[in-house]
Design a protein around this ligand. Structure first.
Ligand code: FE2
Length: 405
C-alpha cells in the first residue's frame, strides 16, 4: 500500500504521512486533516490526478471560522476548516532537483542493457526505475535496447530469460505504478536486420513479439494502430499522438514508411495537440564510435522532411549512449542518453560520458517542451549549456535545442 506525505504550512512546516490505496485519476478524500487557519498551502506527493488541480474533500465537513492553533497541538486537533489539497506542482524523487510539472510529463529512458545475454541490470538502471513513480509522469518512454540480444550464440531460452529479467526489473515496477510504457525496439531487442531475405535475428524478433503480446505484459497504452506491434505502432496519451517505427536498423522498409505517412496524416494524429515520433536509431549521429553508417538512419533528411510535413514536434532516439538535445529544420531531436552499460563521448566537446534519464514537461497551449536530464551517477541535473552548441554529424549539422540559427 503506498504512503503519501502531506506538507502543511502553518507557522512552521509539518509533514504528515499516511497510507491508503489510491488509483490514478481519482479524487482523493482528505477529510479530517485540517489543522486550522493559516493554511499557506498543502502539497501531496504521490500519484494523483492533475485535473482538477484542487482535490476536493468528499466527506462532509463543517466549515468554521479560522481558529489557528499552535503547531504543537496539531496531532490532537479537531478538523475545523474545509480543506483543499493541491497536487504537488513539482513532484520528484526526494533529494533531487524538482522541475515544475507541465500539462503532460514524460520520463524518457533508453539503452538499459549490459553484456550479451544479461538477465540483470546495473544499479543505475534499478535506481532510475525506482525513482520513476516519484516524478509522477503520465507516460514512460524507452528508446530501445531493453535487453542484450543480437547474438546468434544465444538460444531462444536464453533470450526468453533476458526478457524475464527485463520484466522483473523494469516492466513490472512500471506496471505496478500503473504507468503507460511506450517503447521502440532496439537492435539488441529484435534487430530488423535482413540477411538472405530473412531476419538475421529471427529468434530475437519472435521472442520479443511473444513477450509484448502476452496480456500479462500489457504496456497500458491507448493504441491507435497496433497491427505492427511491438515493432511499429501508434498510440495516444494526454492529447499527444505517438508514432513508433522500427529503427532497429538504418533502413526503415518502404512499406513501413508508407504506413508512417498514412498514420501521421490521419485525423487522430493531426487533431492531437502534439505529435512525437520514436525510433531506436537517430536521424543524425552524435556519439563517438557511432558515427559510422548503420548507426544512424539512412536518408535522414528525407525522413526528417516526412516528420516535418506532418508537424511532428520531436523525434526521440537512443542507441548512441550520449544525451544530446538538438534541433534541425523544424524538428526537435532528443538523443536520449544511456542508462545501462557503455556511456559514450559526444562527437564534439569534452563532456565526460554519463548515464542519464530525461524528464520532458510539456505545455500543450504553446507546444513548449522543457527537459530536465539527470546524471544517474551523480543525481545532478545536466547543465545544457555545457553541451556543444552544435554537432557535425557525418550526415549533417545539428544544433543544440536552445541555440538559435
Ligand atoms: Fe542500440
Amino acid at each position: 500500500m503506498p504512503c503519501y506525505k502531506i506538507r502543511l504550512q502553518l507557522d512552521q512546516q509539518l509533514d504528515i504521512e499516511f497510507c491508503m490505496a489510491i488509483k490514478r485519476r481519482q479524487l482523493l478524500i482528505l477529510g479530517g486533516l485540517a489543522i486550522g487557519g493559516g493554511l499557506g498551502g498543502a502539497a501531496m506527493s504521490g500519484i494523483l490526478s492533475r485535473k482538477p488541480d484542487v482535490i476536493a474533500p468528499t466527506t462532509p465537513q463543517t466549515p468554521v471560522a479560522n481558529n489557528p492553533q499552535p503547531i504543537a497541538s496539531a496531532k490532537n486537533a479537531t478538523p475545523n476548516v474545509t480543506q483543499s489539497v493541491t497536487r504537488s506542482p513539482n513532484p520528484a524523487p526526494k533529494g533531487l532537483f524538482a522541475p515544475a510539472r507541465g500539462d503532460v510529463r514524460i520520463v524518457v529512458i533508453s539503452d538499459l542493457n549490459s553484456a550479451y545475454g544479461s538477465t540483470d541490470y546495473i544499479d543505475q538502471v534499478k535506481q532510475a526505475i525506482a525513482f520513476v513513480p516519484d516524478w509522477e509522469p503520465d507516460l514512460v518512454l524507452c528508446g530501445g535496447d531493453m535487453v542484450a540480444g543480437q547474438s546468434n550464440s544465444l538460444s531462444a531460452t536464453e533470450i526468453e530469460a533476458m526478457w524475464q529479467g527485463f520484466d522483473k526489473y523494469i516492466a513490472a515496477p512500471i506496471r505496478k505504478a500503473k504507468l503507460p510504457f511506450g517503447f521502440t525496439i532496439g537492435n539488441h531487442d529484435a534487430s530488423g536486420s535482413i540477411s538472405g531475405g530473412q531476419y538475421a535475428f529471427e529468434s530475437d524478433r519472435n521472442v520479443a513479439k511473444k513477450y509484448w503480446n502476452d496480456p500479462k505484459h500489457d504496456a497500458n497504452l491507448s493504441f491507435v494502430d497496433r497491427a505492427g506491434f511491438p515493432f511499429y505502432y501508434t498510440f495516444q496519451s494526454n492529447d499527444i499522438f505517438f508514432l513508433v517505427w522500427d529503427a532497429s536498423t538504418a533502413n526503415i522498409p518502404s512499406e513501413q514508411l508508407k504506413w508512417a505517412e498514412k498514420s501521421l496524416a490521419s485525423e487522430a494524429a493531426q487533431s492531437a495537440k502534439l505529435r512525437i515520433a520514436i525510433g531506436h536509431l537517430p536521424l543524425y549521429a552524435v556519439a563517438k564510435g557511432r558515427e559510422t553508417s548503420g548507426n544512424y538512419l539512412d536518408e535522414a533528411d528525407r525522413l526528417r522532411a516526412l516528420l516535418e510535413k506532418y508537424k511532428v514536434h520531436t523525434y526521440i532516439s537512443g542507441h548512441h549512449h550520449a544525451y544530446y538535445p538538438a534541433h534541425k529544420g523544424k524538428l526537435e531531436l532528443l538523443h536520449a542518453g544511456v542508462l545501462g552499460d557503455g556511456p559514450r563521448r559526444l562527437l564534439s566537446g569534452d563532456i565526460t560520458p554519463n548515464r542519464t534519464i530525461t524528464i520532458i514537461d510539456i505545455k500543450l497551449a504553446n507546444s513548449k517542451t522543457i527537459y530536465t536530464t539527470y546524471d544517474m551517477d551523480t543525481l545532478k541535473v545536466v547543465d545544457q549549456s555545457t553541451l556543444p552548441k552544435y554537432i557535425d554529424s557525418p550526415n549533417g549539422r545539428i544544433t543544440r535545442r536552445d541555440v538559435k540559427i
